[in-house]
Design a protein around this ligand. Sequence first.
Ligand code: 3SL
Length: 244
Amino acid sequence: MKISVFHTPELVPDEVTADCAIAIDVLRATTTMAAALANGADSIQFFSDLDELQRVSESWDAGKRLRAGERGGQKVEHFDLGNSPLECTPDLVRDRRLFISTTNGTRALKKIQTAPIVLTAALTNRETVVRYLLEKQPETVWIVGAGWEGTFALEDTVCAGAIAQRLADQMGCKIGELSGNDELIDAVTLYRHWQTELLELFHHASHGKRLVRLDGHADLKYCSELDTVDILPIQGETGVLVRG
Ligand code: 3SL
């Protein structure tokens, strides 16, 4: 298995040639998606465009849909949910489809949606993603960080490193044997340094600081916890994530 890390969707080649592509937006889209599916959501349909989300979700049974998303970290006006994993309670999400659009996370997913296998990962479901990769053994894996509007994000990179480190541990190999590009080594180095202080790292991250200004302390803490949910969000039909 060779793993390559791309820090932003913009860095991903237009033709996705990986056997498996994984989108990461730890703060907060892919953490929210894992929480929603873990708490019983039926599925998650992702959009980069809000108008398209409105149009497509109109055709869905009103009692079975939730419109979720943010712009600038704030809930989109008239939507049912913002983009906080803590909002995705079982009572609210059970058996419903989330129609979601976020600033960066859903764009990362759009960029990789043609890959044969599309997953989302966060720190919270890291172990489940690793277990799946160990079982399926895809030859090439691309991990794509959502970043922030085209720039590098610490929290996405540290999660990529956490996945790769755990894989290397489980496979009993050196990280260099898994490395598809230099960014993978960089991500693992970041993880090794901060692995016991992930919440502190998030307070140094520019998007972490932005969320703290929006009173997002509880979200930051939830998103920094490793291996807390056993869920694999995997693309079923194009643009729709289901439980793997
Ligand atoms: O950028 C994104 O996709 C969001 O996850 C950002 S926020 O954490 O909801 O502000």
